[in-house]
Ligand binder design. Structure first.
Ligand code: FAD
Length: 486
């Protein structure tokens, strides 16, 4: 049997291990941490459990597919529910709005609360579906870096629609044209943050994202987001995949342009195929430092990072749902701070994710587990301790104003994740959540290929390479890799 080695057990590394094992490979995964999942992990303290990284789950069928591939019934191992209410939005002037998955209901809500014709929402969502239909087969499910992708009939159809796909416009410009109420522009601009980009710079093509939530659905895994990691890890082990933890790969071994294996804990391990799931930029700086460097890709600006306060809150707020957004009064300024000043705006948009709304045992009775996150610049050596202290104060003041409470007195547990710890725990360059940013036309489409162009049998998967960051795209990267491996 052929041997495959995987560097990293992020969600893409796990998926790649299952796909290669299903192809008959003997697979061994080397993970630097003592646990699988990378960013998709959890934190627990004093009766509170928090999903530490991703909180929004879309395209769950990509997880199901891994079980089906292994001949198992997904629902016996991993279950999830579709959300009826996708997100609650709050503004400082007292406006509150629920984004209902039922788009007719959402249209009515928008008309009643914002005075914006519901039809504008329907049109925005059908444009989003249109972009998805045309881009997904071409850009998301295939390697962009193979000629066949560019010359097939699907590609031809998409070329004809380039203008309508929003490549020549920014997301904000497109949304301002469509909606009259600035609150709705803000709501739709927020989707740029789903891949760590700036709505005032990123192409309107990223208006593809709302379709994922409304058309395809937003989901919650019954046992929390971390269960994605746990179930998939268990599946990999049941297929005979071997895992080595606390095993940081030191070098990818290459001989005459062909990958030979890796060096880990000072020892050489050989294999026919190596799949790298480590962040692409840091991989070239460390384990591939002797190899040819893709300079243009390495120098692209990175996506934004996050500052998260995991707060055990000793109170129930019935107005809060699983996903909540407390919007900034000046969205443009907020993004200027993140992407141009490398700083944090004094009135940030606050995202509060509370899994105990769906999974009550994530918090003690009478409490809620608040994953409280703001978007922040990636790590460029800022004075984070100062920025974090300032942001904490501003976030609490904002929550107090909007929810009319005294949050500080209710916090009984606190953990913090910031760009520095995101980088040190998962080796993400500058703590960026989604690899290179998509803040210009080139970057949005050209990420690192899923294979090495000069080292045979070396492949790349994960959120820093093609097709992009986030759980669904990371899972697709593993699929593209497995399709390319003989
Ligand atoms: P990663 O999770 O980046 O893991 C890489 C793994 O490789 C790590 O375990 C690391 O230890 C290991 N590794 C690195 N170097 C080495 C080495 N030399 N040797 C061995 N092992 C090594 N996505 C969504 O879809 N929805 C969300 O709501 C969402 N929110 C997010 C919120 C936060 C706070 C964060 C941090 C991310 C969020 N994301 C979200 C993004 C999502 O988490 C990532 O895109 C995805 O998990 C990336 O997976 P990956 O396979 O690239 O690996």
């Amino acid at each position: 049997t052929k041997q495959a080695l995987i560097i990293g057990s992020g969600i893409a590394g796990l998926a790649a291990s299952i796909r290669l094992a299903s192809k008959g490979y003997q697979v061994e995964v080397f993970e630097a941490n003592s646990y699988p999942g990378g960013k998709l992990t959890e934190i627990a303290q004093a009766g509170y459990r928090f999903d530490a990284g991703p909180s929004l789950f879309t395209l769950p069928e990509l997880v199901d597919e891994l079980f089906l591939l292994a001949g198992k019934k997904p629902e016996e191992f991993f279950s999830y529910q579709r959300l009826e209410s996708i997100c609650r939005y709050f503004w400082e002037d007292g406006t509150r709005l629920t984004a209902w998955a039922d788009t007719d209901r959402f249209g009515v809500e928008v008309e009643q609360k914002l005075g914006e014709p519901g039809v504008n929402v329907h049109e925005a969502l059908s444009r989003s579906a249109f972009i998805y239909r045309h881009l997904s087969p071409l850009f998301l499910e295939k390697s962009l870096h193979r000629l066949s992708t560019w010359t097939g009939p699907k590609a031809m159809q998409s070329y004809l629609k380039m203008g309508k796909l929003g490549i020549f416009n920014t997301m904000n410009a497109a949304n301002e044209k469509r909606f009259s109420n600035p609150k709705l522009v803000q709501l739709f601009n927020r989707y740029a943050t789903y891949n760590g980009s700036d709505p005032y710079q990123t192409p309107a093509t990223l208006n593809i994202i709302p379709h994922l939530e409304f058309g395809k659905g937003a989901f919650f895994p019954k046992n929390g987001m971390h269960d994605i990691t746990l179930s998939v890890f268990k599946l990999a082990k049941s297929l005979g995949v071997e895992f080595q933890f606390n095993a940081r790969v030191e070098e990818v071994l290459v001989e005459k342009g062909v990958v030979r294996g890796v060096r880990v804990r000072g020892e050489e391990v050989h294999a026919d195929v190596v799949v790298n799931n480590m962040d692409m930029v840091n991989a070239y700086k460390t384990i591939l430092s002797k190899q040819k460097q893709p300079k243009m890709l390495l120098n692209q600006p990175k996506s934004s990072s996050a500052l998260i306060f995991y707060w055990g809150v000793r109170a129930i707020f019935p107005e809060l749902d699983l996903h909540n957004i407390l919007f900034s009064e000046d969205y443009k300024k907020e993004f200027e701070h993140i992407f141009r000043k490398g700083s944090i705006y004094e009135d940030p948009t606050v995202y509060i994710n509370i899994s105990s709304v769906c999974k009550p045992d994530d918090a003690p009775a009478g409490g809620m587990n608040w994953f409280t996150m703001i978007n922040v610049p990636n790590n460029q050596g800022q004075d984070w301790d100062m920025l974090i202290a300032e942001a904490r104060k501003n976030i609490i003041a904002k929550v107090n104003r909007i929810l009319k409470t005294d949050l500080e007195s209710l916090i009984e547990v606190e953990e913090i994740l910031d760009p520095r710890s995101i980088e040190s725990r998962t080796s993400s360059a500058q703590g960026a959540l989604y690899g290179n940013s998509s803040n210009n036309r080139v970057a949005a489409f050209l990420r690192h290929a899923n294979f090495s162009s000069n080292i045979k049998n070396l492949y790349f998967c994960g959120g820093s390479v093609h097709p992009g960051g986030g759980i669904p795209l990371s899972l697709l990267s593993a699929k593209i890799v497995a399709d390319m491996v003989d």
